[in-house]
Design a protein around this ligand. Structure first.
Ligand SMILES: Cc1cc2nc3c(=O)[nH]c(=O)nc-3n(C[C@H](O)[C@H](O)[C@H](O)COP(=O)(O)OP(=O)(O)OC[C@H]3O[C@@H](n4cnc5c(N)ncnc54)[C@H](O)[C@@H]3O)c2cc1C
Length: 396
């Protein structure tokens, strides 16, 4: 991966590596390495993000005047892939990568002055209220209503799959403020404090056994009109701007590298690294991982030349999530029964439990496998990405 990097880039990579070694707290690092979750819980996320903030590295994509790092595109790529491959928890994107850029572009001066420093410092924790039961890929069909009442809106409806709503102080939310022949035209973008009376958060436990997503019910929730971002009825433009950051914001190869390293360790622990059939599967995955890294470098050179990532963002989202699924699937094969979470393993083995030791390499394997199934759903499903590629790349 170092190919093509300048001496300055390599020096920067070393600086990132030594920063991670010195500054990432050991307990957070260990918890994340063993975790099967999509994101760390609030406490670890906030602690780690405040360390990054103190170093000035929390918001590489923000303009320098708002607290961005002022890095080149290559430096951003190095930082992201190095931190993921090292096993540092990912920065929670909801504030920094999603609502932050939206407030920068569409917020009022008062909203910018209040929210941007708080997002940068992770003083507020955000969640995203876009999807509803029945409105996911077809987001413009959303039904949560907001009706004006004096200086406020009264909001009624329900949001679903809301990641970390149980931790959130604020939700950025799409609501319907009018019925229009073109559904996209009646949507408005609101910022809602999660402590507002009428909000109820109910957990949804994923197959991985974790509480990361929720259903959020809004029952006569009163939201000041001053919490609207952009004009009423123009929330779709704001929402689409945000989705560009959600879909195009990340590189996959760092996480793939981490999951591949885990898989290789697992293979060694279980003596599979000498098995020709297993080695073939590993080699196949290593080649796939390399193609993602090369696609990312290609996208990087486009971005560096001031071009739009175009279809590359969809290719990377699609293949990156699929390869991560393949790696976590082979990890389950390598771990066998020991892939199970500790408590389930105890139940499955009963009296024989004492004779079997679950190594660090095996911890979290099954939950990680289950959680990575969601990667091809959130941020735009694989079918939707293929539709985009058919249109943009193949001209169909
Ligand atoms: C772990 C996880 C976390 C999430 N976090 C959040 C969050 O924080 N906030 C939030 O708002 N949402 C969140 N989501 C919701 C996510 O954005 C939606 O699940 C996603 O957009 C798909 O919508 P849906 O679930 O309604 O499925 P649907 O859109 O109903 O899709 C069902 C199936 O039909 C296919 N399909 C749909 N449309 C097309 C099409 N045009 N062409 C071909 N096939 C199609 C899909 O690919 C899928 O296979 C999360 C989801 C998951 C799994």
């Amino acid at each position: 991966m170092a190919t093509g990097l300048t001496p300055d880039d390599l020096a920067f990579r070393d600086e990132v590596r030594s920063f991670l070694k010195k500054e990432l707290p050991k307990d957070i690092h260990e918890r994340w390495l063993e975790s099967g979750k999509i994101f760390p819980d609030r406490n670890d996320a906030v602690r780690w993000q405040k360390i990054l903030h103190a170093r000035g590295w929390i918001a590489p994509n923000w303009p320098v005047e708002h607290g961005g790092a002022g890095w080149t595109t290559t430096q951003k790529y190095i930082f992201e892939t190095e931190t993921a491959a090292y096993g540092a928890p990912p920065v929670i994107p909801l504030g920094l990568r999603m609502v932050g850029p939206v407030i920068m572009k569409y917020g009022t001066d008062a909203q910018k002055a209040h929210f941007l420093p708080r997002i940068l410092a992770t003083d507020d924790y955000w969640c995203q209220g876009y999807s509803e039961p029945g409105s996911g890929s077809d987001l413009a069909s959303l039904k949560t209503r907001a009706v004006k009442d004096g200086d406020d809106y009264i909001v009624n409806g329900s949001k679903i799959w809301t990641t970390h709503a149980q931790f959130a102080d604020w939700m950025f939310c799409l609501v319907r403020t009018s019925e229009e022949p073109k559904r996209q035209n009646g949507i408005t973008f609101l910022l809602i404090p999660m402590t507002t009376p009428g909000i109820e958060v109910r957990p949804i436990f994923t197959l991985g056994g974790h509480h990361e997503v929720n259903q959020v019910f809004l029952d006569d929730v009163r939201v000041p009109q001053s919490n609207r971002v952009g004009p009423e009825g123009e929330g779709w433009t704001v929402a689409k701007y945000l989705l560009e950051f959600e879909r195009g914001g990340g590189f996959a190869s760092g996480r793939i590298a981490l999951n591949m390293a885990r898989l290789k360790r697992l293979a060694r622990v279980n003596g599979l690294d000498a098995d020709p059939a297993f080695r073939r599967k590993l080699a196949d995955l290593a080649i796939k991982a390399e193609t993602i890294a090369i696609s990312e470098l290609r996208m990087l050179s486009k971005l560096g030349a001031g071009e739009n990532p175009g279809a590359d963002a969809s290719i990377i989202k699609l293949r990156g999530s699929e390869v991560n699924q393949d790696v976590t699937e082979l990890s389950v094969e390598a771990a066998g029964l020991l892939a199970l979470p500790f408590e389930q393993l105890e139940q499955a083995l009963g009296d024989n439990r004492a004779s079997v030791v679950q190594t660090e390499a095996e911890a979290g394997v099954a939950p990680r496998y289950f959680n990575y199934r969601a990667n091809t759903i959130f941020g735009g499903t694989s079918e939707v990405q293929r539709g985009i590629l058919a249109k943009v790349s193949l001209g169909l």
